[in-house]
Ligand binder design. Structure first.
Ligand SMILES: [Zn+2]
Length: 685
């Protein structure tokens, strides 16, 4: 029987053979593809000719493309449409793939050639992108331990394999806890306070989970957050909040406490092998920030003003609670509920009034339209192309002279999909595909977790949901507009604290009244959103930003602190987190974005000692958007041209600080970020 993963992929644009793939195809396909990749790497290393950029770096960049496309398909499926069979393959393959990567990146013969080229980099004739590719590949090898003595190299390989295994289990445990929980609402009393849109989404979730005659709140963000915001049932809010914040902390099969502790121990050992005293130092060495002190300085700059702001917010919430005869102590499951009340009273802003103008399809059209006006690209739906789930929509992306990529849009929550929202790729853009410099087109996917409306009804988003849609689409454009030669430098393969710039920057267009007037139309009447409602949204912008900022910064501080540990003993992550939050003085009732026991950015993703990157990039995006404000037009052609040239299309071909300065004409300053968060006045006092 032919394994469709190893046969040529003949679908248009080289899309994966979604319909034919079975979980059992992956193990043999990985075995074959990793062997082929190693053969290619051995051949590069064994070449009789002296190392040149072409026969070493460009060849290495081209090697392993079969493995890459199979791996991309596999990990996209395990994130977006997983199954017990795929999860089993994932547990088996994660350490093996980590071992394979390590073998390539510590290949002695290959590293000798790269190292020789790197030593002569000033003497050989390289253009800017080639020089950058050489430097990045060299650093990849060094950070994988290519320079270590054999025993250290072996131990390093063991560590990265074990970490890969533990991280796989960590993520699967979070999904298991999320899938296991459901809050079933049967009576009107259970549904008290919930707006119609949330009731409809909860009925749809019940139908999908086979719960007859009821409504279900799952731990999907687009259900649990609105529930915490609107439910007047304090007991049910508490139950939902406890389930949501204790994911990964239940004794038994899905317990993440020991896994996190072991990952942290191994990371410290890894950092020490590299000569760093903590993992945070090792991780930060390859970032824009460079040092812990640079990160901490930024986080602390917002912490104190955000605390003062949150104290004012808490007092306002307590006043409402008291006026309703409730306790003035605002518990974590109360904050969103009373904040919504204050928002309604103070800003006359009601979620039920906002949602009808933010139908999902209209917001997708808005994102496409902004991309078109800024960058001259268009999105043409290809209903003839089918992806891995019927909800996924497939678009051909066209530039001035033909297709530039494929965009998959996977917007709805389902039990087989991990929580959160993210961008990923099935294939990265390059012009180094083995076929001369013919372009290799990117295949990009955006995943969201919006609660799907009942069949026939439009899915209505909150303003925050629409922001998430724009955010991920900004990442998507970073992949789709990429225009580099070498895949190593393509699209989002940038430094971690630069990668949120294209995504967060794109959110700004959703705040533009002209964009809202054009696209935020009532789903029934087609009427554009009233000016008065836009004004209310803008006035309410800073409301509750103390709370939101503290939740984020607290998580970023805990991440940095736990990865800055220098003691090798296993840490009790629950106790560590409690002590750290107490030290920081996180006010009661606020909570954090992610607790360590389910912090997938750190323990199932690539953001260890890196949760700060959103704020780091926010300095850049807030300052960067001012370029359009200064030009007096959110679609100013000249600013947009610099933006695409130096940011959205440049990938990692330019050092990020230099890329930003080339776009903006100067380095970024922090004031626009502080102003956008409403924290600037607080700083001045
Ligand atoms: Zn992002």
């Amino acid at each position: 029987m032919i394994n469709p993963l190893l046969a040529p992929w003949t679908a248009p644009f080289g899309l994966p053979p979604f319909a034919d793939v079975r979980p059992e195809h992956f193990v043999p396909a990985f075995a074959e593809a990793t062997a082929r990749h190693l053969d290619e790497v051995d051949a590069i290393a064994a070449a009789a000719d002296a190392p040149t950029f072409a026969n070493t770096i460009a060849a290495l960049d081209r090697a392993g493309r079969d493995l890459e496309r199979i791996r991309a398909l596999f990990f996209n499926l395990t994130s977006s449409e997983t199954s017990p069979a795929l999860q089993e393959v994932q547990r088996a393959m994660a350490p093996q793939l980590a071992a394979h990567d390590n073998r390539v990146h510590t290949h002695a013969g290959l590293f000798a050639r790269i190292d020789a080229l790197h030593a002569r980099r000033d003497a050989i004739d390289l253009d800017g992108e080639q020089r950058r590719a050489l430097e990045r590949f060299h650093l990849d090898f060094v950070r994988a331990g290519a320079r270590f003595a054999p025993t250290a190299r072996e131990r390093h390989a063991e560590i990265v394999q074990r970490i890969a295994e533990l991280m796989t289990r960590f993520g699967q445990n979070v999904l298991a806890d999320e899938s296991a929980f459901q809050l079933v609402l049967r009576s009107e009393a259970d549904l008290a306070g919930l707006p119609e849109s949330l009731r409809a989404a909860a009925r749809q979730a019940a139908a999908e989970r086979g719960v007859a005659d009821g409504a279900v709140i799952t731990l999907s963000r687009s259900l649990v957050v609105p529930f915490l915001t609107f439910s007047t049932r304090r007991d049910l809010r508490e139950a939902a909040w406890r389930a949501w914040t204790s994911r990964g902390e239940h004794a038994g099969a899905s317990d993440n406490r020991q896994l996190a502790a072991e990952i942290l121990q191994l990371r410290l050992e890894q950092a020490r092998l590299h000569g760093h005293s903590s993992y945070a130092d090792f991780a930060l060495a390859d970032t824009m920030a460079q040092t812990r002190s640079a990160v901490t300085a930024l986080l602390e700059r917002v912490w104190q003003p955000a605390r003062e702001r949150a104290e004012d917010e808490r007092a306002a919430l307590a006043a409402v609670a008291l006026s309703r005869g409730q306790s003035a102590t605002i518990e974590p499951w109360d904050w969103r509920f009373y904040a919504e009340h204050v928002r309604r009273v103070r800003f006359d802003l009601d979620d039920a009034e906002v949602r009808p103008y933010f139908a999902l399809d209209a917001m997708v059209a808005a994102a496409f339209d902004c991309a078109g006006r800024l960058f001259g690209v268009s999105f043409v739906e290809r209903r003839d192309l089918v992806a891995y789930h019927p909800d996924v929509r497939v678009y051909e992306v066209r530039g001035a002279s033909g297709p530039i990529g494929v965009f998959l849009h996977d917007n709805f929550a389902r039990p087989s999909k991990r929580s959160g929202a993210w961008m990923s790729e099935y294939r990265s853009q390059s012009r180094n595909g083995g076929d001369g410099d013919a372009p290799v087109l990117p295949i990009v996917v955006n995943n969201n977790n919006f609660a799907k409306a009942a069949p026939g009804a439009p899915t209505l988003l909150s303003f925050d949901d629409a922001r998430t849609l724009f955010h991920e689409f900004g990442h998507g454009l970073h992949g789709l507009l990429s225009n580099v030669r070498y895949e190593r430098l393509s699209g989002t393969s940038v430094l971690r604290d630069f990668v949120e710039l294209p995504s967060q920057l794109f959110e700004h267009w959703l705040d533009e009244p002209a964009v809202l007037k054009r696209h935020a139309r009532h789903h029934r009447t087609g009427e554009p959103i009233p000016d008065a409602l836009i004004a209310k949204l803008q006035r309410a912008r800073h409301f509750n930003q103390g709370y939101e900022t503290l939740r984020y910064v607290a998580s970023a501080m805990v991440d940095m602190a736990v990865h800055a540990r220098t003691a090798a003993d296993p840490v009790d992550v629950v106790e560590f987190e409690r002590a750290e939050l107490a030290r920081l003085g996180l006010p009661h009732g606020v909570g954090v974005n992610h607790r360590l026991v389910h912090f997938q950015h750190l323990f199932a993703g690539g953001y260890a000692a890196g949760y700060y990157v959103y704020l780091w990039a926010e300095v850049l995006d807030a300052d960067g958007y001012e370029a359009f404000v200064e030009a007096g037009d959110p679609f100013d052609a000249q600013v947009a041209q610099r933006l695409v040239r130096f940011i959205y299309s440049a990938g990692n071909s330019i050092e990020p600080g230099a890329a930003y300065r080339a776009f903006r004409g100067r380095a970024a300053v922090a004031e626009p970020m502080l102003r956008n968060r409403g924290l600037l006045e607080a700083v001045a006092t």
